[in-house]
Design a protein around this ligand. Structure first.
Ligand code: SF4
Length: 276
């Protein structure tokens, strides 16, 4: 099952209500073909930066991102959650002992010490991984490689999970932040790439917000209906990102809404970068 029962039930209720049915599909190349030469990654489109200046600094100016602990924390939690699912998808005879050994190896590779939070996040991922093996009724692919060029994306895009034909994004962003809301663009982009590749309609995506309070993590599952409005918003954001790199025009610092953990915060608030 992997996705909670309530998520499946909600998707079924939307199907019954006829909520799906978009015109802008990945196979309609007259609508989705790229308008610029640069083909951004999905993460560059659904960026945390309100003005997309992070993309300009990285791709045009070649400014290296500064190491920010809060940003690294999100990457670590994401990795810790996904690793057991990766192991299960390889089908190497995963059991409780091998999952525990893999956790020790992962912590060493990430350079982190065991903690109650990390162990609990790993356990959540491991529980889903075991469920994936036991159920086996819905095919689940972990970070499948999907061609993205047909819809103006990088050569390959990789959703965290593909459950049946439903792209699933796992994120530590808050659902109420700009970054968290932009995750809807992420699943729309994956859906368009899948549609272009396979010719099957993808009407829903799922975002699992990995939340935590006082060392206790939980998953906040949200179903995203892939409406025409959302698909067009994704294409506009894709073109905006590509234009920044092609024209090499600095969009400027955002002014407000920058996350504390932005690795370019020191650049944007310094000389020549505008004020945030
Ligand atoms: S500091 Fe703000 S404007 Fe600059 S890259 Fe970060 S989020 Fe974007």
């Amino acid at each position: 099952m992997v996705l909670p029962r309530r998520v499946w039930d909600y998707i079924r209720s939307l199907l019954t209500a006829g909520e799906a049915g978009a015109e802008v599909r990945g196979w309609r190349f007259e609508l989705v073909s790229p308008r610029y030469r640069y083909r951004p990654a999905v993460s560059e489109i659904a960026t945390y930066c309100p003005s997309r200046r992070d993309l300009y600094l990285k791709r045009v100016e070649g400014v290296p991102a500064q190491q920010v602990e809060a940003a690294r924390r999100g990457v670590v939690l994401h990795e810790v959650f996904l690793e057991p699912l990766r192991l299960a998808s390889r089908g190497d005879g995963v059991d409780l002992d091998s999952l525990a050994a893999a956790r020790r190896r992962l912590y060493r590779r990430l350079g982190v010490r065991p903690s109650r939070l990390l162990d609990r996040v790993y356990t959540m991922g491991a529980a889903l991984a075991l469920q994936m093996i036991i159920d086996g009724d819905t095919p689940v692919a972990v970070e499948p490689a999907i061609p993205g060029a047909a819809v103006g994306l990088t050569d390959v895009v990789k959703p965290d999970l593909l459950v049946g034909f439903i792209p699933v994004e796992i994120t530590t962003a808050s659902p109420n932040s700009l970054y968290g809301r932009r995750k809807q663009l992420t699943v729309a982009g994956y859906a368009l790439a899948l549609e272009a590749w396979m010719g099957n309609p993808i009407d829903y995506g799922v975002i699992a917000y990995l939340r935590e309070r006082d060392g206790v993590p939980w998953l906040d599952w949200r179903v995203v209906v892939l409406t025409d409005d959302l698909r067009r918003a994704f294409l506009r954001a894709r073109d905006e990102a590509a234009m920044i790199v092609d024209t090499r025009v600095d969009p400027g610092a955002a002014g407000e809404g920058c996350p504390d953990w932005c690795p370019y915060r020191g650049i944007c608030s310094g000389a020549g970068g505008g004020s945030i």
